[in-house]
Design a binder for this molecule. Structure first.
Ligand SMILES: *[C@@H]1O[C@H](CO)[C@@H](O)[C@H](O)[C@H]1NC(C)=O
Ligand SMILES: *[C@@H]1O[C@H](CO)[C@@H](O)[C@H](O)[C@H]1NC(C)=O
Ligand SMILES: *[C@@H]1O[C@H](CO)[C@@H](O)[C@H](O)[C@H]1NC(C)=O
Ligand SMILES: *[C@@H]1O[C@H](CO)[C@@H](O)[C@H](O)[C@H]1NC(C)=O
Ligand SMILES: *[C@@H]1O[C@H](CO)[C@@H](O)[C@H](O)[C@H]1NC(C)=O
Ligand SMILES: *[C@@H]1O[C@H](CO)[C@@H](O)[C@H](O)[C@H]1NC(C)=O
Ligand SMILES: *[C@@H]1O[C@H](CO)[C@@H](O)[C@H](O)[C@H]1NC(C)=O
Ligand SMILES: *[C@@H]1O[C@H](CO)[C@@H](O)[C@H](O)[C@H]1NC(C)=O
Ligand SMILES: *[C@@H]1O[C@H](CO)[C@@H](O)[C@H](O)[C@H]1NC(C)=O
Ligand SMILES: *[C@@H]1O[C@H](CO)[C@@H](O)[C@H](O)[C@H]1NC(C)=O
Ligand SMILES: *[C@@H]1O[C@H](CO)[C@@H](O)[C@H](O)[C@H]1NC(C)=O
Ligand SMILES: *[C@@H]1O[C@H](CO)[C@@H](O)[C@H](O)[C@H]1NC(C)=O
Length: 459
């Protein structure tokens, strides 16, 4: 496929230590580094009570092996305040399919980071939450304005202002916006917010009940290192843990990584459960239950008694519920070991986003019963009779000189409204010399540009 070993070799050469630079004066202070100023906080909504928590915050980091993260002081200190999950695995490589699966229950055969969109008949966690009036938002540190649908956005390199604009935001780490069922509804689209909005929402005590946080491309470790992310955590998360507008006694915070770094190993990542909802008696413990990114769905389904998506979220092998939540909700997990389930395959899984093993989007398993016990959500335009069982065999579109129909922006999207964001112009190399490479590839052209920037660095 791609010449990954060479890239990984360069990674080892180039992953130099970077000095963390805070993007703002604090996590609740607005900054022009986040681009658009906030236009006000979300409105406060009635809290929908869950059985084990009332707020669920997932904070995403990038591309780090479990053992690497596990040997970092900051992650270790945080683990001692919460629960360390030592058998939590990602689902495939590279980034985008992992993020997509965490909110939709499938990665649909996807094996790259290309600009794509998922048709409106495919449901997500947003449908399940809104059915119960549970508020939600996706906080993307450097998304330039609310609901921006471009592939990426480069802005002033605040780490070193002598360097060119830097790609701080990428769509591939913003999963809900990739689904047309979310992006085509303005009220949903506007819930993709930047960190100026985050500050406004927390300051107004209006942080929603289901929240994704994606730090920018330096802070999430994507182009830096685990030590850089650790410093960001000390700057951003540690003070927020004491702020009841963010973390109160019914908040569950999940720190996780999209995928591991070493493709030739199984794909497990360090994940920590933090926050006031973690029972006192379990703080500082390690949980060896097998979990995957689908557990992020099954856990909230169990907690709030939601319906399901009838996809990976209802595959019992892959979707154990975080144990203390399983206990509080009466859900029975299965006993499996990460050694028995390899999730490091890429490109070999058929689906509507796999050009060489293409099948159309099929219906979910409408007979599935997820951890919340509710029905499978069926969105408008879903042909429930078009199941995996009746779908045609996979075809090789590449051999027919065709591409999958879902590449490119959503019809009617605002993806090309800003010259900063159209092509991902700007560099993914950080201003202070840190560069970390891996198979997290946007598309062939960008890949070429990355290779030339690597060549330039080596020269
Ligand atoms: C992670 O660190 C903890 C505490 O040091 C240790 O008990 C555990 O075995 C480590 N896990 C892995 C996979 O290295
Ligand atoms: C959600 O809110 C709407 C509007 O306030 C209300 O009509 C509906 O009954 C609520 N649904 C649930 C499940 O609470
Ligand atoms: C707030 O509104 C202004 C004017 O429409 C816009 O330029 C800016 O990007 C908005 N901010 C966000 C975070 O969307
Ligand atoms: C990109 O955005 C930054 C900050 O918003 C601005 O200073 C710069 O001029 C923009 N570059 C282009 C090419 O539009
Ligand atoms: C948070 O609160 C704990 C105890 O309540 C205290 O020990 C700690 O220093 C506080 N941390 C910050 C960053 O304020
Ligand atoms: C959690 O906090 C709320 C609001 O501050 C309080 O009413 C409640 O008693 C607390 N619950 C526990 C178990 O501490
Ligand atoms: C996946 O991980 C297993 C176990 O470490 C390894 O044997 C296998 O070669 C890996 N597969 C790929 C495609 O790298
Ligand atoms: C559930 O996941 C396991 C492990 O990947 C897989 O073997 C099995 O086929 C899946 N079940 C269904 C119904 O898709
Ligand atoms: C979902 O919608 C897409 C786009 O219209 C269509 O190709 C696909 O067959 C539909 N799938 C189902 C199961 O309805
Ligand atoms: C698909 O077709 C391309 C181009 O002919 C070929 O290189 C590739 O190996 C094929 N893949 C599969 C899975 O058949
Ligand atoms: C494949 O499609 C491209 C662009 O449409 C065209 O330039 C090329 O000639 C086609 N190749 C074959 C083998 O049909
Ligand atoms: C900032 O970037 C400039 C231009 O690349 C470089 O010469 C300088 O050394 C950098 N400063 C630091 C502190 O890295």
């Amino acid at each position: 496929m791609y010449a990954l070993p060479d890239i990984l070799f360069l990674s080892a050469v180039l992953a130099v230590r970077a000095q963390f630079v805070p993007p703002s004066e604090g996590p609740l202070v607005a900054s022009t580094n986040y681009v658009g100023a906030s236009n006000g906080s979300l409105s406060k909504t009635q809290v929908v009570t869950g059985k084990a928590f009332n707020r669920f915050i997932t904070i995403w980091f990038e591309n780090t092996d479990l053992s690497t993260a596990n040997s970092t002081t900051t992650f270790d200190d945080l683990a001692n305040q919460g629960i360390r999950l030592d058998q939590y695995c990602s689902l495939t490589h590279p980034s985008q399919p992992n993020y997509v699966a965490s909110v939709g229950g499938d990665f649909f055969g996807m094996w790259d980071d290309s600009l794509c969109h998922i048709p409106p008949n495919i449901s997500t966690v947003v449908d399940l939450l809104e059915e119960k009036n549970i508020s939600w938002a996706s906080y993307q540190e450097n998304i330039p304005f609310d609901g921006y649908e471009g592939l990426s956005f480069s802005s002033k390199n605040y780490v070193n202002t002598s360097e060119p604009d830097f790609v701080f935001y990428v769509r591939r780490h913003n999963p809900t916006i990739i689904y047309d069922s979310v992006a085509s509804e303005p009220s949903r689209l506007s819930r993709h917010r930047n960190f100026n909005d985050f500050a406004a929402d927390v300051n107004a005590s209006a942080l929603p009940q289901w929240v994704i946080v994606t730090p920018n491309m330096l802070n999430d470790g994507r182009n830096t290192s685990i030590d850089y992310s650790a410093q960001w955590l000390e700057y951003w998360l540690v003070p927020l843990l004491n702020d009841t507008n963010f973390n109160d006694n019914s908040t569950l915070i999940v720190l996780t990584f999209d995928e591991n770094e070493s493709d030739n190993e199984n794909n497990c990542v360090l994940t920590l459960l933090l926050g006031g909802a973690v029972p006192q008696s379990l703080r500082g413990t390690t949980d060896l239950t097998y979990y995957t990114h689908y557990s992020l769905l099954s856990t909230i389904e169990a907690n709030w008694g939601l319906g399901s998506l009838g996809r990976g979220d209802t595959n019992k092998t892959l979707s154990n519920v975080f144990s203390f939540v399983a206990e509080a909700t009466g859900y029975t997990n299965v006993n499996v070991s990460s050694n028995d389930i390899l999730t490091n395959a890429t490109g070999t899984i058929p689906g509507p986003l796999n050009p060489v093993l293409y099948v159309p989007f099929t219906a979910p398993n409408t007979a599935a019963v997820g951890a919340g016990g509710g029905p499978v959500f069926i969105g408008p335009g879903m042909d429930t009779s078009f199941t995996v069982a009746v779908a045609p065999s996979p075809v090789n579109l590449t051999a027919q000189n065709k591409t999958v129909p879902w590449l490119g922006p959503r019809n009617g999207s605002n993806a090309v409204t800003n010259s900063n964001g159209t092509s991902g112009s700007g560099t993914e190399k950080s201003g202070n010399g840190a560069i970390k490479m891996r198979g997290d590839i946007v598309h062939a052209a960008a890949f070429g540009a990355i290779l030339s920037s690597v060549a330039a660095v080596l020269a």
